[in-house]
Design a protein around this ligand. Structure first.
Ligand SMILES: Nc1nc2c(ncn2[C@@H]2O[C@H](COP(=O)(O)OP(=O)(O)O)[C@@H](O)[C@H]2O)c(=O)[nH]1
Ligand SMILES: [Mg+2]
Ligand SMILES: [Zn+2]
Length: 305
């Protein structure tokens, strides 16, 4: 690496006006170098902020002090809000099977909001040590009908966990999302050696409040793979555009695309629409209907504002 050259890097951390940027030095050996960067003063990214996960070009590289200037921003693929992270490739929706008990409607909302990001979505079920194998297979079977191959984890059994790590090392940038108390931090601490974020039982968490929030950070887990650490974020599903909703359910897509079912109107919402030919006898249909109804009221409220 020459100090007067331009390099593409990845923003892994952000604090005040500073950014930590990872640069691959010897690609084939998987080596990388971290630079502390500021944005070049004369640059105005049209008021666009730079987020963790963004790819940026750096120049004016000071190899000794590991400093550089960010001079341009590559177009991002996507941007997650709360926590703000750019260019996610995989979302792992994470829920515990017990403690807190599985809430199917909530699982669905998280899955659909993740699907609306246009990334690969997977489902992770934690705390499987708290249920029988019969119950575990029942759940795997249920989510298969939803279009997901659930990854079931049991802290006492390392093989499932190791399979997950192998998978994560093949993905570009993964994030675990799900409600509080399901074991996300526990999982991250196992995946990222040396991370040691604090975990807490569900009841303590509520008492403790929000004072543990640290910034979002990307951790490298292999040559080309990163995991997002989102300490202290209580993640909520996003509101999804009503017109997108039908396409985010695999049961609906299967009928419309594979089975070539046609409704009378192309923008059919598959409720009581005239000429709707969708077979509505699938488990998630009631959740689908609820989501449509609630985004409808959302939509009309916003129209009135
Ligand atoms: N029984 C059981 N408890 C777990 C498991 N994973 C995490 N926990 C516990 O669940 C609680 C919440 O975990 P934490 O990682 O802080 O959840 P987060 O809020 O999703 O980050 C902690 O008391 C953990 O010890 C598991 O696989 N089995
Ligand atoms: Mg946590
Ligand atoms: Zn229809």
């Amino acid at each position: 690496m020459k100090s007067n050259s331009k390099h593409l890097g990845l923003v892994t951390k952000k604090f005040n006006d500073f950014f930590s940027v990872d640069i691959k030095t010897q690609e084939k050996y998987g080596n990388s170098d971290k630079f502390l960067c500021k944005v070049r003063k004369s640059i105005n990214f049209k008021d666009q902020l730079i987020y963790v996960g963004d790819q940026v070009f750096i120049e004016n590289i000071d190899l000794k002090r590991k400093r550089a200037l960010i001079t341009s921003l590559k177009k991002r693929k996507n941007l997650l809000v709360r926590p703000s992270v750019a260019n996610i490739s995989n979302i792992y929706i994470t829920f515990s099977v017990e403690e807190p008990e599985l809430n199917l409607s909530q699982v669905n909302r998280f899955l659909i909001s993740a699907e609306s990001m246009g990334v690969e979505v997977s489902l992770v079920l934690t705390k499987c040590d708290l249920i029988s194998d019969t119950r575990r297979f029942f759940l795997i079977n249920k989510f298969e009908k939803w279009g997901y191959q659930a990854i079931t984890l049991n802290l006492e059994k390392s093989d499932h966990f190791n399979n997950l790590i192998v998978e994560l090392k093949k993905k570009e940038c993964s994030i675990f999302m799900g409600p509080s108390g399901v074991g996300k931090t526990t999982l991250l601490n196992m995946i990222i050696p040396g991370l040691q974020n604090s975990t807490a039982p569900v009841s303590n968490k509520i008492k403790r409040g929000k004072n543990t929030t640290r910034n979002v950070e990307l951790f490298s887990i292999s040559n080309q793979s990163y995991i997002v650490d989102t300490p202290g974020f209580n993640m909520q599903p996003l509101n999804v555009d009503i017109r997108l909703l039908p396409s985010l359910y695999s049961e609906i897509n299967k009928q419309l695309i594979d089975e070539k079912i046609n409704c009378k109107f192309r923008n059919c919402l598959h409720l009581n629409d005239e000429g709707c030919n969708l077979n509505k006898s699938f488990e998630r249909y009631s959740f689908y209907k609820d989501m449509i109804e609630s985004s409808k009221s959302h939509y009309y409220q916003n129209q009135e504002d």
